[in-house]
Write a new protein. Structure first.
Length: 380
């Protein structure tokens, strides 16, 4: 990180559609006759899956596969700082690992970038410390910040946002200083009516072998949570028409991550149980009505996101289980409600000890009066 440029955001996470508000601090070490200080906000979204398939390879016949198509040491990584247009020569079709040859197949899902540019100041700048306030608009339909990378590095996805401060020297046609930092956004949740419908859950009938039925209903007071928050559950378990006892009710949170490539092919990356908690059961002929339970959302969860490139979804499931002979042949009683996990970040503290800010308004009366705004979509 460049110690001569610091960022401070008034909110750790910004709600999509609201403005990203903050301050940037710049230390200039030499006089600049004419400088242009520009702030840029950029978004980038992608998913990437790399498949490696071993193929026959004869070392004694190097002409079998052209050298220019073989990747030996370099690894292709797509990040927020990658060039918008990757060089064609980096997209190798084969990889040689020792004496084993692999064919490399890359499946990308990409979305156009959104770029917003704000000119903070143009004019002469003397040595010293300066502070600028900024306010960056965001789009109402932006998704929550998201980042994923598998342990082997072959599956990656990101919905990222960053702010870049750049000091240009227009007379010399070069950039003197540039520094970037990540910003975090929370996507908008569904309407209140839709949330109410989802939180009401559903009733599923459980068909036992002895011609009895069990009814289980589930209800939440909301379905929008932040990591670490307590989820309050209300459920009713009706076993009055069944001759089998329900030993327990399993409450579990399921995480399903799906990548969609540019050919609109969906690939499930993860479908895992995040956590499980057992709740009490009920005897045959009895009913548990409006039972309350509390579940803690793990602090490590990534945000919910649903786009044409990435889908990261969470579902709360509750299942009534009868531990008895041949019960597994019956139709399970499962209630499921989709829930939304928000992006959560702690406030970032910066140390401004030793900084002595100078008023930049005495350099130019147009320091903040005229802002140049450019909005465009740049293909990735």
């Amino acid at each position: 990180m460049n110690r001569n440029v610091l960022f401070k955001f008034f909110d750790p996470v910004t709600l999509a559609g609201d403005q990203i508000r903050g301050e940037c601090f710049i230390r200039i070490t030499e006089e600049i006759p004419k400088a242009q200080i520009v702030l840029t906000f950029q978004t980038k979204m992608y998913s990437k899956i790399i498949e490696k398939r071993q193929i026959p390879y004869d070392q004694s016949n190097p002409q079998m596969i052209p050298e220019k198509l073989v990747e030996k040491t370099q690894r292709i990584q797509v990040t927020m700082d990658s060039p918008l247009r990757q060089p064609k020569q980096t997209q190798k079709k084969y990889e040689l690992n020792g004496e084993i040859m692999y064919r490399v197949i890359r499946n990308y899902g990409t979305l156009e970038s959104f770029v917003y540019t704000q000119e903070l100041y143009t004019g002469q700048v003397k040595p010293g410390d300066y502070k600028f306030q900024f306010s960056i608009p965001t789009q109402y339909n932006m998704s929550s910040s998201f980042s994923y990378k598998s342990e082997d590095g072959l599956k990656q996805a990101k919905c990222g946002y960053k702010v870049t401060l750049r000091i240009d020297l227009p007379d010399e046609a070069r950039t003197l200083m540039m520094e970037s930092t990540d910003v975090f956004i929370n996507g908008r949740v569904t309407s209140e009516g839709e949330q109410f419908r989802q939180c009401e859950g559903n009733i599923v009938q459980y068909l036992c072998l002895n011609r009895g039925t069990v009814e289980l209903s589930l209800k939440l007071n909301k379905n929008n949570f932040i990591p670490g928050e307590q989820m309050q559950i209300e459920y009713t378990l009706d076993n009055t028409r069944s001759q089998r006892s329900i030993s327990r009710v399993e409450a579990r949170l399921i995480n399903k991550l799906t990548f969609i490539d540019d050919d609109e092919i969906e690939r499930v990356i993860e479908n895992v149980k995040v956590f499980q908690q057992n709740l009490g059961g009920v005897n045959s002929g009895q009913k548990l009505e409006r039972q309350n339970a509390s579940l803690e959302i793990p602090k490590s969860l990534r945000a919910t996101i649903k786009t044409s490139v990435i889908r990261n979804q969470y579902f709360l499931q509750m299942e009534a289980i009868a531990d008895a002979f041949l019960t597994w042949l019956s139709v399970p009683v499962v209630c499921q409600i989709p829930i939304n996990i928000q992006e959560s970040q702690l406030p970032h503290k910066i140390n401004l000890e030793g900084w002595n800010f100078l008023p930049i308004m005495n350099v130019s009366v147009n320091a903040f009066s005229n802002l140049t705004v450019q909005q465009s979509f740049v293909p990735t």
